[in-house]
Design a protein around this ligand. Structure first.
Ligand code: HEM
Length: 450
């Protein structure tokens, strides 16, 4: 654990999983606050759970979101995920060079349907742009809570002509992107809701409850703007993160062909060739599960996490941690801890095979989805999206890095951005259908959904 005093703010960075689990999980009640993210406020993030401080509003948002995205409730979203996966992989048949965009459209479509009941109709659909713009605006805002204005909120009032802070200028310039993300899908769902035509969705469920309460004269704890903020949280927190995880997984599959082959053998054994994989197969796809876990270990997307803040004094192994301390968790360091992970830079899903099955039994990484009372509410949904997409691609497509002049796959390099979450830059890969049967299954599934 490292301590810093940044402009009078006590700040701690946790560097091992053991300490993170002890403080943020076991003593999680003490560490469930967030610092003020002044830069993100300036960007326009207001009633978004991720940035809400501990208090009544936090509890209401957290419990609404958590209830709708538990391990058992996300099963209700599986038909949406599978439908979007199959349409996306069918699109890859026609546009194999457009995989980054197709994955982006997929990741956006899933959270948009679940959050707002809104469908993405075409590649030009404005929602894809809205999600990408808001993701870029937030991602490029730097590490959360780490800019000067976060530590000296007074700077927020500096007039633009005196504003030399790059992050603050970025926040003011990009406010429109966050506003659009909040306003456009919510306006669509409100319009449909009042016309009595809205599709079932997270926003729809909360709006129905809100109006039922109004009719019965029961006090509404949530305001309409809370429902708007929570739905926007699903949209933004779920799209770019799922996209990035998928890209990191695909990168590692094409660079580790023996892993790809093992996963394919498993899918062929469990699913066969006469149907597409479904999420019901998941319990039998153990190796694929390890691949997803290894993806989030190999490159955790939020390298130092989103900071928590303590709400009481604490003592850990003789160290005094005063109330109000900012706590970062260095997931990147956890993932590279050679005392826990043998050869940590290597992409090796086998590392998780339990000892009793002849493996090394290394633990799944804790931290890619955060900790304790702030752990990511969408983790079960995200996992299912990634598993479903990888299963369908591996089962129906041949994937590879482009071949070089020597006929061998070229070596691809993965560059990742920094900031709130790290995103992989584009890399090249090829997709080709594995068989006529695979093409037929994909086309049939995609047509059936139109
Ligand atoms: C692979 C995809 C995802 C990754 C890697 C990811 C990662 C994270 C991380 C690291 C946090 C911070 C947790 C903490 O501070 O302890 C977080 C919070 C959050 N995530 Fe995710 N997430 C993903 C997908 C999703 C999805 C699909 C949703 C949508 C339901 C979602 C909704 C949220 C929300 C609302 C929070 C704020 C929780 C709070 O502050 O109490 N995430 N996520």
């Amino acid at each position: 654990m490292t301590y810093y005093n940044i402009l009078g703010h006590h700040t701690v960075v946790i560097n091992t999983q053991k300490v993170a689990s002890e403080l943020l999980d076991r003593r999680g009640a003490k560490y469930q606050d967030r610092p003020r993210f002044v830069l993100f406020e300036e960007l326009g993030w207001g009633l978004t759970l991720t940035f809400l401080p501990f208090g009544n509003r936090f509890k209401l948002h957290r419990s609404s979101l958590q209830t709708n995205f538990t391990k058992s409730s996300v099963v209700n979203y599986q038909p949406i995920q599978e439908d979007e996966v199959r349409k996306a992989v069918a699109r890859l048949l026609d546009k194999p060079d457009n995989s980054e965009f197709i994955m982006r459209r997929f990741a956006t479509a899933v959270v948009l349907r679940i959050g707002f009941g809104v469908n993405i109709e075409s590649d030009d659909d404005p929602y894809i742009r809205i999600s990408a713009d808001a993701g870029a605006a937030t991602g490029e805002g730097g590490d959360p809570g780490a800019s000067l204005v976060d530590h000296m909120p007074i700077l927020r009032h500096v007039p633009s002509f005196l504003n030399f802070s790059v992050p603050l200028r970025h926040a003011r310039r990009m406010r429109w992107a966050i506003k659009r993300l909040h306003d456009v899908p919510f306006a669509a769902v409100m319009k449909e809701f009042h016309a009595g035509k809205a599709n079932p969705s997270f926003a729809h469920t909360l709006l129905t409850k809100y109006h039922d309460n109004e009719k019965k004269g029961v006090e509404n704890k949530l305001e309409i703007r809370d429902i708007q903020g929570m739905s926007a949280a699903v949209f933004i927190a779920g799209s770019n993160t799922t996209l990035a995880t998928l890209r990191v997984a695909l990168f590692n599959l094409i660079n580790n062909l023996h892993v790809l082959e093992k996963a394919r053998n498993e899918l062929d054994r469990v699913v066969g060739h006469d149907r597409l994989p479904s999420l019901a197969d998941r319990p039998k796809l153990k190796y694929l599960e390890y691949i997803v876990e290894e993806t989030t270990r190999w490159r955790p997307l939020s390298p130092v996490g989103i900071p928590h803040k303590s709400i009481e004094d604490d003592i850990y192994e003789g160290m005094y941690i005063p109330k109000g301390t900012l706590v970062y968790y260095n997931t990147y360091a956890f993932s590279k801890d050679a005392s826990v992970y043998q050869d940590p830079d290597k992409f090796e899903p086998e590392r998780f095979i339990p000892v009793k099955e002849g493996g090394r039994g290394e633990p799944y990484l804790s931290g890619p989805f955060g900790f304790g009372r702030r752990i990511c509410v969408g983790r079960h949904l995200a996992h299912a999206s990634v598993v479903s997409m990888l299963a369908t691609i591996i089962s129906t497509m041949d994937i590879s890095a482009p071949l070089g002049k020597d006929g061998k796959p070229t070596k691809q390099v993965l560059e990742c951005s920094t900031g709130l979450s790290s995103h992989p830059a584009d890399f090249e890969m090829t997709f080709a259908p594995r068989s006529e049967k695979a093409v037929a299954l994909l086309r049939e599934a995609a047509q059936g959904s139109e």
